[in-house]
Design a protein around this ligand. Structure first.
Ligand code: NAD
Length: 259
């Protein structure tokens, strides 16, 4: 039997990496999925993959930092299938990695707005549609927001990711009365395209220190994880198998964060 049969999911950042793998996995297990991502993303390709496998998906062009687009995307999802059970608030950017003294305010704002406000908006606009039947919200933070504070230059990114962890726990407590569960996942290095949108400034060289392990290596598998491995965790948190789990942060990092 399918693990999220006939459930409806709204997935942000669904065009690439972790969001893409999770959307495909949820659809394969019976969910109808709204693939929410920027207009120039590869969400259409993900829709084709899901449909070719016999699943159902729609695409919503949204910028997660734009309240009007987020609320519209969620409304579209609800109108299409008449319910909303799963929200995977996952879209995110690395932003600019640079020493704090060199970081422009705009760079700080851009990272915080996309990663943290984007998460808040997805949750805020999902609640009215989820509170009748309950459901599961999963937020993608990072080990850099919780257990590992050694990526020099990533102060804005880490602050945004730590904010997501705190927000998820508050949301779990507040939304328990609607039987909406909220959990946050903290991946270590995962093989996705996120590095492509990282800008590392030359000033970063002033403070970068040698690391014990080569970048991306992890004690458990000696390599970065795969988006599909994260998708399995998202499926577990979305499904009834995790019905007593809320307000939890789960690390999926091959022990990277304990180095
Ligand atoms: P990715 O770049 O492969 O995918 C991110 C997707 O989010 C892209 O399709 C992009 O278009 C979309 N996106 C970016 N900004 C957006 C916006 N403003 N509105 C809507 N969509 C937007 O990266 P990924 O690694 O799959 O990242 C997904 C999440 O995982 C992020 O929150 C990231 O911080 C987190 N994460 C990734 C890693 C890693 O090593 N890859 C580790 C820890 C946490």
């Amino acid at each position: 039997t399918q693990r999220v049969k006939d459930q409806v999911a709204f997935v942000t950042g669904a065009g690439s990496g972790i969001g893409r793998a999770a959307a495909i996995r949820l659809a394969e297990q019976g969910a109808k999925v709204c693939l929410a991502d920027l207009k120039d993303s590869r969400a259409d390709e993900v829709k084709r993959i899901i449909e070719q496998a016999g699943g159902e998906a729609i695409v919503a062009d949204i910028d997660v930092s734009d309240p009007a687009r987020v609320s519209e995307g969620i409304r579209q999802t609800f109108d299409r299938w008449g319910r909303l059970d799963i929200v995977f608030a996952n879209a995110g950017i690395n932003g600019t990695w640079t020493p704090i003294e060199d970081m422009a305010e705009e760079e700080w704002d851009n990272t915080l707005t996309t990663n943290l406000k984007g998460t808040f908006l997805a949750v805020k606009y999902a609640i009215p549609h989820m509170k009748q039947n309950g459901g599961s919200i999963i937020i993608t933070s990072s080990i850099n927001g919780s257990r590992k504070f050694s990526n020099f230059g990533a102060s804005a990114y880490s602050a945004s990711k730590a904010g997501q962890v705190a927000f998820a726990k508050m949301a779990a407590l507040e939304l328990a009365r609607y039987k909406i569960r909220v959990n946050v996942i903290c991946p270590g290095a995962i093989q996705t395209n996120i590095g492509e949108n990282t800008e590392k400034t030359p000033e970063l060289e002033k403070i970068e220190i040698p690391v014990k392990y080569p970048e991306g290596s992890q004690p458990l598998e000696h390599k970065a994880g795969k988006p599909e491995q994260v998708a399995d965790l998202v499926l577990f948190l979305a499904s009834g198998e995790s019905s007593h789990i809320s307000g939890t942060e789960l690390f999926i990092d091959g022990v990277e964060s304990l180095l």
